[in-house]
Design a protein around this ligand. Structure first.
Ligand code: MG
Length: 373
């Protein structure tokens, strides 16, 4: 299918930092997607918490399987809108590369620790450092040497950064919107985790069907007719059927509303998308409210559930202990980081080292030094 006129064509990419010859049969965005999949940081997503740790079950989402679900939804939505699916897929696969161990709680604690030094931790900025510096795989250049649009999308997929606050990001056209492929990311991410967390939360026994039906209208509206039609069917299959329809409803609404806004705005070129005063991708008002209700429910009933909270608090306390230990004993880090800590701000080097760890590796490192902390 030809790209829509408002899509980001690879032929108009602003290119790579280190120019490379074209590949005979893969375009630059497809190549970026493949480089991300072959990156170490990508493989490590497998052992990073999404919401549930391995303690619950081996078939719950981790950050890698979550990423694959996001990629799959991103490809579908981008394809339906005539957008560049190779770019959308690369962005989706990269969207969580910068996540530290222990999910959002780990990110928050790392950020608090860095604030003691007047800095902070932001997973988007960290992802950019991973793909630009930390991944050492190629002879000709540091990092993955990704195209401009993929790096830009890593930065801008979920929020806007001001050039005044982040001068190092000035090259990423901060006053402009990213292409639609990047604008979709935050929304498809939400579709993926809102539905997945409902699923895993119920499977873990932390959320009850009755509770979901009462508090989540978007789920209830899909479940009720299924239940009426199949009163004798297995509860779990009815739940799955309803959840599948919720996912479909969210994705369909995102496609239709974004298409409507594109038409209304009259944008017919990616540069017009960039210069349009606001982001064009989004849910309709009605579905945005239903999605918000789902999100509120998950916050109140799942993310803050005592069963998860307790383990989370223990995990981030361990993260903090390890952070402080390395600050005092940089020589306890591997030689590459120990050496770097002599030349660069120590807290930054410690932060980068810890942020790259998987949950399991962090716990093991903590075990090693536990006697000393
Ligand atoms: Mg995500």
């Amino acid at each position: 299918m030809p790209l829509a006129p408002y899509a980001m064509p690879v032929s108009r990419s602003r290119g790579r930092r280190y120019p490379e010859p074209a590949h005979p049969y893969r375009n630059d965005y497809a190549r970026d997607r493949d480089r991300i999949i072959h990156a170490r940081a990508f493989r490590r997503l497998e052992a990073k918490t999404q919401v549930f740790t391995r303690r619950y079950s081996d078939h719950f989402r981790n950050r890698l399987t979550h990423t694959l679900e996001v990629a799959q939804i991103a490809r579908t939505v981008a394809g339906a809108l005539g957008l560049n699916t190779d770019l959308a897929e690369a962005l989706a696969l990269a969207h969580d590369l910068g996540h530290p161990p222990f999910g959002h709680a780990g990110e928050r604690r790392l950020d608090e620790l860095m604030r003691e030094f007047g800095e902070g931790f932001d997973h988007n900025l960290h992802a950019l450092r991973i793909v630009e510096q930390f991944e050492q795989r190629y002879l000709e250049f540091p990092g993955l040497n990704l195209t401009f649009e993929v790096r830009e999308g890593i930065i801008k997929h979920s929020r806007d950064y001001s050039a005044a606050e982040f001068p190092a990001l000035a090259e990423y056209l901060l006053e402009l919107r990213p292409p639609l492929e990047a604008q979709l990311m935050d929304l498809v991410d939400e579709i993926a985790y809102n539905t997945a967390d409902l699923d895993d939360g119920r499977e873990a026994g932390l959320l009850k069907l009755e509770q979901i039906l009462e508090a989540v209208p978007i789920f209830r509206e899909q479940y009720t007719p299924i239940d009426r039609r199949h009163p004798q069917a297995r509860a779990k299959l009815k739940f799955n059927e309803a959840l599948k329809r919720v996912l479909d409803q969210l994705a369909t609404d995102l496609i239709e509303e974004t298409r409507r806004r594109i038409e209304q705005a009259g944008v017919t070129d990616v540069e017009q998308v960039r210069h349009y005063p606001e982001r064009l991708a989004g849910f309709s008002a009605a579905v945005a409210e239903q999605n918000a209700a789902l999100k509120r429910f998950l916050y109140a009933q799942l993310y803050h559930h005592p069963a998860l909270q307790e383990e989370r608090e223990r995990s981030v306390a361990i993260l903090e202990e390890l952070f402080r230990y390395y600050l005092d004993h940089p020589e306890a880090m591997p030689p590459y980081y120990a050496e770097k800590a002599r030349r660069e701000p120590r807290h930054r080097v410690v932060c980068d080292y810890i942020a790259g760890m998987t949950d399991k590796f962090l716990l093991e490192q903590h075990q090693k030094v536990a006697a000393a902390v």
